[in-house]
Design a protein around this ligand. Sequence first.
Ligand SMILES: C[S@@+](CC[C@H](N)C(=O)[O-])C[C@H]1O[C@@H](n2cnc3c(N)ncnc32)[C@H](O)[C@@H]1O
Length: 319
Amino acid sequence: MQPVLEDDALLFNLGDFIPDDPTEKPAEYSDLEKLRLDLEDVDINAQANDQALAGDRRYFDSYKAAGIHREMIEDRVRTQSYREFIESFADLFKDKTVLDVGCGTGILSLFCARAGAKKVYAVDASPIAVTAEKIIALNNYSGTVEVIQGRVEEDSTRKRIDVSSVDIIISEWMGYGLLFEGMLDSVIKARDLYLKPGGRVFPNYCTLRIAPIANRDWAAEQRGEKFWTDVEGFNFSPMVQLASANHDTEIAVLDVPQEVLAGQSSTFKVLDIEKVTDLEFVGNFELKIADCPTLDSLDAFVIHFDTFFTASTEVCYTT
Ligand SMILES: C[S@@+](CC[C@H](N)C(=O)[O-])C[C@H]1O[C@@H](n2cnc3c(N)ncnc32)[C@H](O)[C@@H]1O
């Protein structure tokens, strides 16, 4: 037999099928074929695993530079909403154990510690965790805030945080279109692992909304139709298709001016972060298109979201 593949794993396993006892019947072809398919599965799984690990590394590395953290901290609506909520409800945090999922520079952990939390676990899988530890020490909160570098759901983190020991989980996990970053999944895992019965997760509600856009010129401009049709006197229009080729897996992040909207937005999903389990959903919505005689087509939809911190029914902040 000539090996077709160099180092074919199948050949290395043939010994399993050649009986030691010559009177015993050798393995059937179907058994060999099953083994080959099993080995193929192992190989495919290993490749998928490698790709997932490389993807993870790229994702967490994207959070290791200062620029992205400055941008987040300078987003005043975002940062001040967390700060106002934590400081206005300091009683809720007083003497509590808090878990900050994806602490970044440690800003939310510091808010919680300053509000009187007894213990804060600040967890981040990005190398930024090393700098967060220095920031925590510099601000004299090392006694309260423990920085853990690792994925919140991985074994090494589980060894450092007791199951069901956390009173409050705080996290800034929201991505483009709310769920695009895919971090809510980790918050849910952390909630189910570490939160005490009756513990709280903040923010605790999010609403996803959708609105119609009717403005052909604006939509064409976003797709780059005008730009690509005349590049230094050349027609580059095939680039338009390229620019929208990934639209089923990617999302365009745009400022949408009020005047291109063709109607009110409609809520198609409310997520209760303290209870949600399934992040694959179909949301129904109805859109009322504004009465406009010149409107001949819809050109796009925009998705946006609100985030709520509701410690009691009367108070909410939105980002
Ligand atoms: C949007 S940033 C928020 C950073 C910080 N909390 C803030 O408000 O400035 C999200 C952070 O979560 C971290 N992260 C994402 N998924 C994680 C996971 N499963 N385990 C630990 N950290 C995670 C990322 O590395 C990133 O630093």
